[in-house]
Ligand binder design. Structure first.
Ligand SMILES: [Fe+2]
Length: 207
C-alpha cells in the first residue's frame, strides 16, 4: 500500500514545516531520479518509484536526528498510515550492503530493530533504486556518485563501512544501466551543471 503522489508530496511539505532543511528538496530529487530511471526499465513502476523516493526520509519530520532514528521514525509513521511499501524503503535505503552491515549486535534499541528487519529482508529493485538515488540526489539537483561520496565524507569523516558501500552503489548503478540501455546520468536533468556546483555545507538554522 502506498499514498498517491499528491498525498506523498503533501506529507513531505508538512514534514518540511515541522523540520525545515535541505532534506526536503533532496527527497523531491530522489523521487524524480527514481522515476526517471524507472521510466527506462519495463519491470519498474515509475509512479511507485517516485512515491517511495519522496517518502524515504520522511522520518526526519520529527526533527534533526541521527540515521537510525530517522529510519525508525519513518518506518513507524508509514506503517501507521498503512503505507507498508514506503515503510520498507524507509528501513532499507541507508543500508546498501544490507545484511553485511550488521555483523555484530547493536547496543541500542533502534539499531536492534533495524538489524532484525534487515536480516530478514531481501533487497528488491525498489530498495536498490532508492539506495542508488539517495546517492545521486542533493537539494540543488543531481550529482555523480563520486561527488556525493566525497561530500558525505567531508561532512562525517571516513567510515570504513560507508566506503565499502561505494562499491555496492556502483554495482547497483551498472546493473540498472544494463537494463536501461544508457547511463543513469543520461536521464538526470541538468546533472552536467549541478555536479560542478559546490555549495557551502548546510548547518541547522540556515535556510
Ligand atoms: Fe535521503
Amino acid at each position: 500500500m502506498l499514498p498517491t503522489a499528491d498525498e506523498a508530496m503533501r506529507e513531505l511539505e508538512l514534514a518540511g514545516e515541522l523540520n525545515p532543511g535541505p532534506w526536503v528538496k533532496h527527497s523531491v530529487n530522489v523521487g524524480i531520479a527514481a522515476r526517471k530511471i524507472a521510466e527506462k526499465i519495463s519491470s519498474l513502476d515509475p509512479e511507485k518509484a517516485y512515491i517511495v523516493g519522496l517518502l524515504h526520509d520522511i522520518g526526519r519530520r520529527v526533527g534533526i536526528v541521527d540515521i537510525p532514528t530517522h529510519i525508525c521514525e519513518g518506518y513507524r509513521y508509514c506503517m501507521e498510515k498503512g503505507w507498508d511499501e514506503a515503510a520498507r524503503i524507509c528501513m532499507t535505503h541507508s543500508y546498501l550492503r544490507m545484511q553485511e552491515e550488521f555483523d555484530s549486535e547493536p547496543d541500542n534499541e533502534r539499531e536492534k530493530m533495524i538489524r532484525e528487519y534487515i536480516l530478514h529482508c531481501k533487497a528488491d529493485d525498489y530498495d536498490r533504486l532508492i539506495q542508488l538515488c539517495d546517492s545521486l540526489a542533493v537539494d540543488y539537483g543531481f550529482v555523480i556518485l563520486e561527488k556525493r561520496f566525497v561530500d558525505v565524507t567531508r561532512r562525517y569523516g571516513i567510515m570504513e563501512g560507508y566506503i565499502k558501500g561505494w562499491e555496492t552503489a556502483f554495482a547497483i548503478k551498472e546493473s540498472f544501466e544494463k537494463e536501461m540501455g544508457c547511463s543513469v546520468y543520461d536521464v538526470l536533468p541538468d546533472i552536467g551543471r549541478t555536479t560542478l556546483l559546490t555549495p557551502k555545507p548546510w548547518k541547522p538554522g540556515n535556510k
